[in-house]
Design a protein around this ligand. Structure first.
Ligand SMILES: [Zn+2]
Length: 386
């Protein structure tokens, strides 16, 4: 018996290896090292739980929106947008928080609804929301080729009204800059369930059919990331009944993550932190983060950006002036700014400490670098507005 089970184990291991190799995506040590920075989300999930039920029209829903807005302001994303819509005579808000990529005409969207049904909704969907928050924190200051935009929809639990509104009124049908949408909904697993090691990677299997092949291709890549960078076993399944549906109906490419095990506290007052598998949640975040690092080309860029530190400038967006703090070790330094065409448009010498810099150029995105007296390099981005 023992012999046979060992034999079976080896057979399984060999088959798994063959399957991994046939995916065509190689293990990347830099991705692996980066996703080890993902932290367990107990604290933010507990804050989300304490905000109470987030049902349309409830104070919990409004307070959660403000909590999210404050978080993204604090970590310092490149831009924040609010999409307001009226439902049941009440104002509802979708929140967009994004990082600009080097290529400003490409972006990936990551969605997670923040409203709930029946209770505080820690699993559905505090887990998706805090996954975005953690990934946004880790992406701060990283170079990305393709922009990454987080969107927190309201009123998902009211027939996807928030995401439907966004697609119909903000995005439209022809936004070619949107590469694909990754939807995160219910990622926590179920405490003490033996099937938590599996994760659904969801692809578009509905009409219109034109976008289904691309959805399958990107979902296979997502599944590979689960395989390579987490301890989860991916299971390909059909996307349905969440915020990606209005996107796929408008011909966009979608993919998604959803827990595999049945959750007995679904839409109930017991959808609480103590009923989810917090360890599994962390593994799902690693999967999503690895996937986004690769799809946004962050890894290849960061290799060429070795030894460059991300500098904080404020305010950003910039109207006429910005402030930069030059670290002591940089000494007398030089700042230069490049536009999206790669043209150098600005040069200035700066000193250690706080420098106020007048920058009165055209609106748009600029890439900044600061070179220290001993060759140290700092980088930053500027969004110039009127
Ligand atoms: Zn949900």
């Amino acid at each position: 018996m023992l012999k046979w089970s060992i034999h079976k184990y080896y057979l399984f291991a060999v088959l798994t290896l063959v399957a991994k190799m046939s995916y065509g995506q190689n293990f990347n040590h830099k991705v692996y090292a980066e996703v080890q920075k993902v932290e367990s989300q107990e604290e933010l999930l507990l804050e989300y739980e304490r905000l109470g039920p987030k049902i349309s029209g409830s104070p919990g829903l409004k307070n959660t929106f403000l909590w999210l807005l404050d978080y993204y302001k604090r970590i310092g994303v490149d831009y924040l947008r609010i999409d307001t819509f009226i439902y049941n005579d009440e104002a509802h808000y979708n929140l967009v928080a994004g990082y600009l990529g080097r290529n400003i005409s490409r972006r990936i969207m990551v969605s997670a609804h923040y409203d709930t049904k029946g209770g505080p909704g820690v699993n559905d969907n505090g887990t998706g929301v805090t996954a975005c928050m953690e990934i946004a924190r880790l992406l701060r200051g990283r170079p990305i080729q393709t922009g990454i935009e987080f969107i927190h929809f309201s009123a998902e639990e009211n027939n996807l009204i928030g995401s439907q509104h966004y697609v119909n009124n903000v995005l439209g049908r022809n936004d070619s800059s949107l590469v694909f949408l990754l939807n995160l909904d219910q990622l926590g697993g179920t405490k003490n369930n033996s099937e938590n090691n599996k994760i659904y990677c969801e692809r578009d299997e509905d009409s219109p059919l034109q976008n289904n092949n691309a959805s399958n291709a990107i979902t296979q890549k997502l599944a590979q990331c689960a395989d390579l960078y987490s301890n989860l076993a991916p299971v390909i399944s059909k996307a349905y009944n969440s915020d990606y549906m209005p996107f796929q109906q408008a011909f966009y490419v979608i993919t998604g993550l959803y827990q595999y095990s049945e959750y007995p506290f679904y839409h109930s007052k017991n959808d609480l932190l103590l009923n989810i598998d917090i360890g599994v949640h962390k593994e799902v975040i690693k999967t999503a983060y690895a996937f986004l690092l690769l799809e946004a080309d962050s890894i290849s860029l960061s290799i060429s950006n070795k030894n460059k530190v991300a500098m904080h400038i404020f305010p950003n967006p910039v109207k006429k002036e910005f402030t930069i703090d030059v670290p002591k070790e940089f000494g007398e330094s030089k700042i230069s700014l490049t536009n999206t065409l790669g043209q150098n448009v600005f040069k200035k010498e700066v000193r250690v400490g706080r420098n106020k810099i007048v920058f009165d150029h055209d609106t748009g995105l600029y890439f900044g670098s600061i070179k220290g007296s001993k060759g140290q390099m700092g980088i930053f981005k500027i969004q110039k507005v009127n």
